[in-house]
Design a protein around this ligand. Sequence first.
Ligand code: C2E
Ligand code: MG
Ligand code: MG
Ligand code: MG
Length: 285
Amino acid sequence: RAKELGGNRYEVADPDADARAITRHGLTNRLPEALERGEFFVEYQPLIGLENGAVLGAEALVRWGHPVHGVLGPDQFIPLAESTGQIVPLGRWVLEQAARQARTWQSEHPGAGRPPRVNVNLSPIQLHHRDLVAEVAGVLDETGLPPGSLCLEVTESALIGADEDALKPLRRIADLGVAIALDDFGTGYSNLSSLRWLPVSVLKLDRAFTRGMRRHPADPVDLKIVEGIVSLAHSLDLTVTVEGVETRAQAEHLRALGCDHGQGWYYARPGPPEALHRLSLADAG
Ligand code: C2E
Ligand code: MG
Ligand code: MG
Ligand code: MG
């Protein structure tokens, strides 16, 4: 793929397209080196229990502190890393970092009601990589993180059309005791019936669902839709997490609708791991 880009570079007439190609090419080429040089870092966004506002843990979100371009968000390099396969070592690194960090939170807060947990995003490419199960088991083993304190987030679209073979690794990971969340739920083909046989225990509702709840009163149709999803999810024993909670009104509506967990700027932006302490991790129930 990188070769293709490199080969095409000089044939592109449009100078902007050329610049874009070189940038993409440059970023892609530098990924392995950047990993070695420690240019990536992980931010953590708190995960909140809607009922009492307790901090339950956090989602790990990767960033690239690029020496020339500044801090790049995942949307700017994950697709490139996926197209070259570099997402495999990068994803493994994020998983290790996050597991180690969660273990640190746990040892710093031994009295916490339920040990702080960590969520890590998995790319579909990782899902199809044959070492995934061994890697997850290995990281849990090395860090000593209890499997129940780890949740792997997989997007709906990554599982679309996945047959039983493709789901096998995910099932084996779930059998280890690791939670699997269906991320960005509602943005793909929401095949609700597939929830019955996917090895997921958490539904992460996309923030599109909460747009109409930014203030009081909320859009009645949006309320109905979320109410229906929550009731279905709960009847299947799934936990419902809502992402992108930006206002107090949204938090109130979502709690009233029975959503379990929330994440978003209203509570906290993604930040360094220390920021979690300031959010009363010790009170997590
Ligand atoms: P995601 O897993 O759905 O993560 C949530 C995204 O929403 C994050 O963007 C987060 O910063 C942002 N967000 C959080 N609260 C709010 C809010 O209240 N309002 C709004 N508008 N946005 C909010 P971010 O960090 O840019 O990550 C984007 C996506 O990149 C993630 O979406 C995830 O799919 C992917 N990603 C991040 N880290 C990793 C990783 O380590 N591996 C893989 N494969 N993908 C990752
Ligand atoms: Mg996620
Ligand atoms: Mg999401
Ligand atoms: Mg999202």
